[in-house]
Design a protein around this ligand. Structure first.
Ligand code: FAD
Length: 313
């Protein structure tokens, strides 16, 4: 399906096109097999060219932001992984609004707002990743979530740029409904005028809180499971006696029980088995069904037996 595709893409794109790229290099859990092709289009036009070629070749693709919420299976991705890292502009608009492209990092956005006295995005301080990934996940903390800032979302749907007002979006806790293959290009965000000193204090406070409570010392993907309604996933995992529980190199963090960490040499299979054990024990102990917050993508280690559920999940 991707045979000869990399050469064609290299001919047609100025951006980066890598073959057999190990995805463990692109995920914060440091696991995951190879992607047939890893492409970083230079700009929006190139992204559209890339998608037209993939559509013609019927080649599947997956969007990756910073890889901070992705567990890629050991068999990797039979298709194309697309990064929008080069589409990373922030354009200020009148009325405390910003046009932010998907490849901007949360850190850049928070700094931009801090420097210009724009309030509302401070909760993103310390949430690693890109704005595209944050929008796809409706990332949030400290009572804030990014989709609450959105005026409109810009996406590519079947090759066409679509702008959707927030009121028309379907989203919730760590979730945004996208059509299969729909790509987030960016969003217009509404901020408020803020006092620079108060903004800086809030941001520094959030960062200090993370250093204190999330300093787990090993590669991780943040909270592995969503908090069930009215519950804390970490508490349920702790009550099930799983603090420090280990499968191969994957371990329930001793510091924060909803963080699963790679203590060295873990495989995706180790994480999947650990997650299975956690779900089983928590269900037995408290009757609650935990659901992964981390997006699980890619094929099983034995190539060819993939479940195929990775297509722009
Ligand atoms: C130490 C640590 C702390 C964390 N704390 C928090 C927290 O407090 N709150 C929180 O919400 N999360 C937290 N996370 C998780 C993670 O940072 C967020 O989910 C973040 O938004 C992921 O962004 P990303 O760019 O890395 O996305 P990725 O992990 O690369 O991708 C996530 C999903 O978004 C999709 N996607 C990415 N870009 C696009 C696009 N342009 N169009 C369509 N789909 C796209 C991907 O296909 C994937 O399904 C934490 C993670 C770590 C490691």
């Amino acid at each position: 399906m991707t045979s000869g595709l990399a050469s064609l893409l290299r001919e047609r794109l100025r951006g980066q096109v890598l073959e057999d790229e190990l995805l463990a290099r692109h995920t914060s859990l440091k696991v995951g097999g190879v992607a047939d092709i890893f492409a970083v289009p230079a700009d929006r036009d190139e992204l559209q060219t890339l998608l037209a070629i993939l559509s013609e070749r019927k080649a599947p693709y997956l969007l990756i932001g910073g890889g901070y919420n992705l567990l890629v299976r050991d068999g990797g991705i039979r298709g194309v992984v697309i990064s929008l890292a080069r589409m990373a502009a922030i354009e200020p608009l009148p009325g405390n609004r910003l046009d932010v492209e998907a490849g901007v990092t949360n850190r850049q956005l928070v700094s931009f707002c801090r420097e210009r006295g724009l309030a509302g995005a401070e909760f993103l301080a310390g949430i690693p990743g890109t704005v595209g990934g944050a929008l796809a996940m409706n990332a949030g903390a400290h009572g804030g979530a990014i989709l609450e800032l959105v005026v409109s979302l810009s996406t590519l749907k079947e090759g066409v740029v679509v702008t959707t007002e927030r009121s028309e979006l379907s989203y919730g806790y760590r979730n945004l409904e996208l059509a299969p293959g729909e790509i987030i290009l960016g969003a217009q965000l509404q901020l408020a005028t803020g006092d620079p000193v108060a903004l800086a204090e809030r941001i520094d406070g959030y960062l200090a809180h993370r250093r204190q409570h999330q300093n787990v010392g090993f590669p991780n993907a943040g909270s592995f499971f969503k908090n069930p309604s009215g519950e804390q996933a970490w508490r349920l995992i702790d009550q099930a006696g799983l603090r420090g529980c280990r499968v191969g190199g994957a371990q329930v963090s001793e510091v924060h029980t909803n963080f699963l960490v790679n203590t060295g040499g873990a495989t995706a299979d180790d994480f999947l088995e650990l997650a299975r054990i956690i779900k089983e024990r928590v269900k037995e102990r408290s009757g609650v069904e935990l659901e992964e917050e981390v997006r699980i993508v890619g094929e099983d280690g034995d190539w060819g037996l993939g479940t195929g559920d990775w297509y722009n999940l």
